[in-house]
Ligand binder design. Structure first.
Ligand code: OGA
Ligand code: NI
Length: 336
């Protein structure tokens, strides 16, 4: 069966100036109704070039406890590399569909790698206004080039270079987060499985939508990952839920957006929070984003770090192998 891509739905919807009903969110979710319209607090920004490391740790810890998300600047990933990453991803999504389908997720695949569109409808039968591409970029033993676009030809080289930088920055951030818990610098990295942890690249492609007031890109969720490092294009759309409101995230050119995911929430026994977030879409412009999810390998058991629990600090989470945690979350099974 041919899978319908949102990119094609977009083309026909723009002509019709309306969207299919399965993309119309209930009033509880519609961005026009639920986005906070007062003064919006800014997501914390952390300057990683600050030579005062205590200061950097304090900022990262505060942001991770209060928000579960922050933007980093002067993070060491060259702006020019980020631009090249975005260029090769955009070129891939602008190829004819027959070319994109060559890296499509196989119908019988149990893994998420490949070009795809979320098939499973959500509760209330709603669909998300987004197509995506998933492929692992690190460690090399996990990389399956079958799902990496061959076109544009520079796609591979750019993503391989980006992988090295994203790994370095992720480990720096995990080190700061570990120190912020009073632990050894490598505690959280080890908690995610050390060198066996996997880096999953995702490209989100949100085509123009004639009714951005009614539809959502990705619906509200927290990431399964330990942490997620995301670079967006210049079209705004990320929203963060805090203090009972949905706030728009500010776009800062060249910044990297860091999300705390479920696994750091669990390793830290709740000291760092996983951010609830979603995305809106634009009437005229294509929004794209490139999150990289740093995840434990399938068999890695993740639960509160023993150093963080004790008599007056009982564990708040039950340990699960990452594969079981993912399965349970996806299928809405109990995690207690
Ligand atoms: C995601 C996600 C946010 C964005 O893909 O998990 O939250 O800005 N994306 O596209
Ligand atoms: Ni997310």
């Amino acid at each position: 069966m041919e899978i319908e891509r949102v990119q094609d739905v977009s083309s026909s919807s723009l002509l019709a100036e309306s969207i299919p009903s399965e993309f119309i969110r209930t009033e509880k979710e519609q961005p026009a109704i639920t986005t906070f319209r007062g003064p919006t607090p800014a997501i914390p920004v952390v300057d990683l070039s600050d030579p005062d490391e205590e200061n950097v740790i304090r900022a990262v810890v505060k942001a991770s406890k209060e928000w579960g998300i922050f933007q980093v600047i002067n993070h060491g990933i060259p702006t020019e590399l980020i631009q090249r990453l975005q260029e090769v991803g955009r070129k891939f999504f602008e190829l004819p569909s027959s070319e994109k389908e060559t890296v499509a997720k196989p119908e019988d695949s149990k893994d998420i790698e490949g070009y795809g569109t979320k098939l499973q409808k959500e509760v209330e039968g709603k669909k998300a206004w987004v197509d995506h591409l998933f492929h692992r970029i690190w460690p090399p033993s996990c990389v399956n080039y079958r799902f990496w676009p061959k076109n544009p030809p520079e796609y591979r080289e750019v993503n391989e270079e980006y992988a090295l930088h994203v790994k370095k920055l992720s480990e720096t951030l995990l080190g700061l987060l570990s120190e912020g818990l009073g632990l050894r610098r490598d505690a959280l990295k080890e908690g995610l499985g050390g060198e066996l942890a996997e880096y999953m690249m995702k490209i989100n492609y949100y085509p123009p939508c004639p009714r951005p007031d009614l539809a959502l890109g990705v619906p509200a969720h927290t990431d399964l990952s330990g942490i997620t490092l995301l670079v967006p294009n210049e079209v705004p759309g990320l929203q963060v839920f805090k203090d009972d409101h949905w706030f728009d995230a500010e776009y800062i050119p060249s910044a990297v957006i860091v999300h705390i995911g479920d696994q750091i929430l669990r390793l830290s026994n709740g000291r760092y929070k996983n951010v609830l977030h979603r995305t809106t879409v634009d009437k005229d412009k294509t929004r794209m984003s490139w999150p990289v999810f740093l995840e434990p390998h399938r068999e890695m058991i993740v639960g509160p770090l023993p150093e963080l629990t004790g008599d007056d600090n009982p564990p708040k989470f039950k340990p699960f192998a990452f594969k079981d945690y993912s399965y349970r979350k996806l299928n809405k099974l109990p995690l207690e």
